[in-house]
Design a protein around this ligand. Structure first.
Ligand SMILES: *Cc1c(COP(=O)(O)O)cnc(C)c1O
Length: 469
């Protein structure tokens, strides 16, 4: 299996070559040359496999440069009941008739990003050891990504993490999760500024190519193909749990921000998984809902990007979206490059009026939007009727899912975080504190390991250099 860039670059690469890379050299995103097809016989064989072995089957269709035994061992080491809290790894829970929650948030940091990041940690360690190289991951986080990356990379050989976050802006629980890590290869950098300052620092450091090369700076952001393909697995796992036979169809509802999670659903559907609809849910930051309703993709400025109570979906543009547009344009790399590199760069928007109908008819995409009031009432209603506590992002997904139900087609809502991570809104909705998993009891009181730095790229570089000995 070879990978190409969405922007038409002629090079083709193997999986392990793109594993440690971000963007393709022409600024595009990597995608496989074609989607491997999974027929009914294969689905029948996969139904009933333990999650780790299902992950191996899916991944081995995309990875031909890691020996099968090694890849199977990596999958089995990653997806264990000890790390993910249950034998099913992603257990399905029924809400009302025809509506299910797929739990993706029982990993180490209680958000779905663990599903991919835990695998990435093991893949990085494997590949770096094979090459005899080291990698220093530099990132910016306002919450879920940073903690998922740190818990995936802690104690891994050959990897260090330098994670910037805006001082005092994360929820107390999220801060405690990250700052209580005592591993020598994990460095928390609290920056005196806002999230954009952290992102600017990461950009400035990465743009210093000499520094980047000398200190082997890399990233783990959501455009990484390995993260995306790891997420494809739980669409299959959800399908098998919700159906009895492989002639049945299901739909998925996905709380979306950077389009990584739902893009994995798109890949699963392209492989032949019988998915009727991919229901994309946004919060008040509705760039993607606007696109799927109107065909207009209009990125937002920071003044038009709202701070909401589902903060992991507060995006101004969706970094993985280019992958879907590439398929929607029937893989016309020249047209894709024109839209993203020219039109979007010049005007801040583009319109696909001639193609947008096919997003629904051919690719199954529909969308909807949810507000703070919707979240609060969905959380309250779900608690009162089913005794199930859901987080704010999952509430966005459930709200939009209900608008798109089709008779006889099970709707699987992806649970992307646990309520404990966003306690303030739970208290507002339910008048009580969210449930807290036992392993997180009292983490706010643990000693914290964090360095406070001004919003200055030079000082961050100094810190990295001093800790790369
Ligand atoms: C990251 C995140 C999302 C958004 O996922 P994308 O892949 O960026 O669309 C939704 N909910 C939670 C809790 C998240 O952490």
């Amino acid at each position: 299996m070879l990978y190409l860039s969405t922007r038409g670059h002629p090079d083709r690469k193997h999986f392990c070559e793109i594993l440690l890379e971000g963007l393709a050299p022409d600024g595009g995103l990597y995608l496989p040359e074609r989607y491997p097809q999974v027929d009914a016989t294969t689905l029948a064989k996969w139904r009933g496999l333990p999650y780790a072995d299902l992950a191996f089957e899916v991944l081995s269709l995309y990875i031909d440069d890691i020996p099968a035994d090694d890849l199977r061992a990596i999958c089995r080491k990653t997806y264990t009941p000890e790390v993910f809290g249950s034998r099913e790894i992603v257990p399905l829970r029924k809400l009302e008739e025809g509506v299910y929650l797929e739990a993706l948030s029982n990993g180490p940091t209680l958000a779905f990003k663990d599903m991919a990041m835990q695998l990435l940690g093991n893949l990085f360690e494997y590949e770096l050891a094979r090459r005899g190289e080291e990698l220093n991951i530099l990132g910016a986080t306002s919450g879920d990504t940073g903690s998922a990356a740190e818990y995936a990379m802690r104690g891994k050989k050959g990897v260090r993490v330098f994670m910037t976050s805006p001082e005092g802006r994360m929820s107390p629980f999220q801060q405690a999760q990250m700052f209580s890590l005592q591993d020598a290869n994990i460095h928390n950098l609290a920056i005196e500024g806002v999230f954009d300052d952290c992102q600017d620092i990461v950009k400035a450091v990465s743009n210093d190519l000499a520094f980047k090369r000398k200190y082997r700076i890399g990233t783990v952001n959501s455009i990484n193909w390995a993260r995306l393909v790891a997420q494809v697995v739980y669409y299959f796992a959800g399908y098998f749990q919700a159906t009895k036979g492989n002639d049945e169809r299901v739909s998925f509802a996905v709380p979306s921000g950077n389009f990584g999670n739902i893009c994995a659903g798109h890949v699963a559907r392209m492989m032949g998984l019988p998915i009727a609809q991919l229901v994309l849910a946004t919060n008040e930051n509705d760039v993607l809902d606007e696109f799927f309703r109107t065909g207009v993709y209009r990125v937002r400025g920071s003044r038009d990007t709202y701070e909401t109570s589902s903060p992991s979906m507060d995006i101004s543009k969706a970094s993985n979206f280019e992958r879907f547009v590439f398929d929607l344009l029937e893989r016309d790399g020249a047209r894709l490059r024109y839209l993203f590199a020219e039109e979007l760069a010049a005007k801040g928007q583009f319109t696909l009026s001639g193609d947008i109908a096919r997003a629904r008819t051919q690719y199954g995409f529909v969308s909807g939007r949810s507000t703070h009031a919707d979240r609060v009432s969905t959380i309250r209603d779900t608690w009162q009727r089913f005794g199930t506590m859901i987080d704010t992002h999952t509430a966005d997904g459930l709200k939009v899912a209900r608008e798109r139900l089709q008779p006889g087609v099970p709707m699987i809502v992806l649970e992307t975080a646990l309520p404990i991570k966003f306690a303030a809104t739970i208290v507002e909705a339910l008048g009580r504190e969210p449930e807290r998993p036992a392993k997180f009891a009292g983490i706010e009181d643990l000693p914290k390991r964090v360095t406070l730095l001004p919003a200055d790229a030079a000082q961050v570089k100094q810190f990295i250099a001093a800790h790369c000995a």
